[in-house]
Design a protein around this ligand. Structure first.
Ligand SMILES: NC(=O)CC[C@H](N)C(=O)O
Length: 546
């Protein structure tokens, strides 16, 4: 049975995903057969495996770091938020229903512990090491009892736990100490120590603090990783980017030609697979930014309407913010627009949706001759094809089915003038196609932009994974990490009081949501046959979640 480690964090965003990837890359370079694992991921940034299973993109990225093919075992539960209070539950790569957070935490999640530990055991039987990523913080005292992704999984597998803290935010000592001290004695016995992430400055100034932390907790720090720009590959948190309407602008290498090309990405609600535009940002001279105002489209050479878990919601948002009118004007002026998946759907003539929004028939923006009808079954595919004379690979994750009634064919969708639409995600990662597409965009936008002849997105991604491996090799005590992975947590780790607080009566389960038969899951909840999943075969959305 293979060894392993759980990489937990003091907070979300502490850098667990990239540290996990870095550890995978370090190990595989050493000749260790390693796989990543995250029992449960909450993300709108997902990926389709070769077998057609939907998993978090972060686990697919970590699998690449480990140089193995990603599979559903590596991320058995994926929660895709549809609002602040409900998520689509994807189990072993297939959607099984929409659930309220309260219904999920009130018993359903707990019932999945057997399933996720089975997946982990399967990985352990075929790999020398499994590097698990936790979620949020392991010291969420309200959720510990039903946890399946942090200490729940570490306890089941008897894996040592490494807690990652983001020192750039401050409060890292208190976070490490508090994260440890709020866990039960049994949980604490697995918390081997800490890893400081995103450190800027002189480590010698930090070291006395790490010694004091050792004095307080009896636990050592396994490494101090320096702050490094541009390592946020395949981030999980699409929801927050879109909810915040955050504007982020890519760091740009100088253009190959005379001018830069400006790409504006509409930060639609429930934006999914926003990493689709990473391949554009990787091109020298292409400036990518997320926008949420019509006036920000004025200087954009290309507007991308990305995927979304809420197509009808995104349409309403585009209309409210005046972006819909701006897109219609652009199209009339022959200025480029690319719609991807949900963003393709909104560009069509009409949408019939009794599944995702249950809004019935809704008018689209009418820029493409396409009608979309939502199906309960989800399309999960890895199509290959060609466009602009170049080979293209992509992946599809959608309930909407497009009836394309005209235009020039473009992948599975179509193109009318400078407006392009496809359900395919990831098409821009195909280098030849991306260059040809950018040439077309530059021509239509009247820009003297020339794509560099040799940008390889695959090579850049590999370089980034290598940088993560380097970070771990150069700034962590890898001998000590290997001892943890092979031999588990050191014995005799002291208990740090007060430990886990006693549970308060009247937890969420007693107020669990009532089933809503009106809203069946896409697959009709027919997954009771799968191992150990019968208990969660119910579809929950409570009123407040709608
Ligand atoms: N990935 C997406 O953008 C999905 C689009 C849409 N929500 C659908 O399910 O069809």
């Amino acid at each position: 049975m293979g060894g392993g480690l759980l990489v937990a964090g003091t907070t979300s965003d502490a850098g667990k995903s990239v540290v996990t990837a870095g550890i995978c890359r370090w190990l595989v370079r050493r000749g260790v057969k390693v796989a990543p694992f995250k029992a449960q991921n909450m993300s709108l940034n997902s990926f389709v495996t070769r077998e057609g299973a939907e998993i978090g993109r972060a686990q697919a990225m970590q699998a690449q770091a480990a140089r193995v093919e990603p599979t559903a075992l590596m991320n058995p539960v994926l929660l895709k938020p549809g609002s602040d209070r409900s998520s689509q539950v994807v189990l072993m790569g297939r959607p099984v229903g929409e659930m309220s957070a309260r219904g999920y935490h009130g018993g359903r999640q707990e019932a999945l512990l057997g399933t996720v530990t089975d997946c982990l055991e399967q990985l352990r039987s075929s790999y020398d090491a499994v590097i698990c990523e936790g979620a949020g913080s392991p010291a969420e005292i309200n959720l510990r009892r039903t946890d399946i992704v942090n200490m729940g999984i570490a306890r089941a597998a008897k894996f040592p736990v490494l807690v990652v803290g983001d020192i750039d935010r401050g409060g890292v000592f208190a976070s490490f100490f508090g994260t440890t001290a709020l866990l039960s004695a049994e949980d604490q016995s697995l918390v081997a120590g800490y890893l400081v992430n995103k450190f800027r400055g002189d480590v010698s100034l930090l070291e006395p603090g790490l010694d004091m932390l050792y004095g307080l907790t009896g636990r050592r720090t396994y490494g101090v990783l320096p702050f490094t720009h541009g390592l946020g590959i395949d981030e999980e948190d699409g929801l927050r980017v879109s909810m915040r309407g955050a504007v982020r602008e890519s760091v740009v290498a100088p253009p190959h030609g005379e001018e830069v090309l400006r790409v504006a990405v509409c930060a639609v609600p429930l934006m999914s697979n926003f990493t689709d535009v990473d391949a554009l940002a990787a091109e020298p001279g292409v400036v990518v930014r997320f926008v949420d105002r019509a006036d920000e489209l004025a200087d954009a050479d290309l507007v991308v309407v990305p995927g979304t878990r809420g197509t009808v919601k995104a349409l309403a948002w585009l209309r409210e913010r005046g972006l819909a009118d701006a897109l219609v004007r652009r199209a009339a002026e022959g200025r480029p627009v690319l719609g991807i998946c949900g963003g393709f759907q909104v560009l069509g003539e009409r949408i019939e949706d009794e599944v995702e929004s249950r809004a019935g028939v809704v008018d689209g923006l009418g820029l493409l001759p396409v009608r979309v009808r939502f199906d309960r079954a989800k399309t999960l595919a890895r199509p290959v094809g060609s466009a602009l004379g170049e080979p293209v690979e992509g992946y599809e994750i959608h309930h909407g089915v497009a009836d394309v009634r005209g235009g020039e064919p473009f992948l599975d969708g179509c193109r009318v003038g400078a407006v392009w639409g496809t359900h395919w995600h990831g098409s821009l990662e195909s280098d030849g196609f991306r260059r040809r597409f950018l040439v077309e965009v530059a021509r239509a936008a009247g820009r003297r932009f020339v794509p560099a002849p040799d940008t390889s997105f695959g090579v850049l991604r590999e370089e980034q994974l290598d940088r993560l491996g380097d970070l771990v090799e150069e700034h962590a005590d890898t001998d000590a990490l290997w001892r943890l992975i092979e031999g588990g947590a050191p014995s005799g780790l002291p208990f740090v009081p007060p430990g886990a607080p006693p549970a308060v009566a009247g937890a969420a389960e007693s107020r669990g949501a009532a089933p809503d038969p009106a809203h069946q899951s896409p697959e009709g909840l027919d997954f009771a046959g799968s191992a150990g999943l019968g208990q969660v075969a119910e579809h929950h959305v409570d009123q407040e979640a709608k």
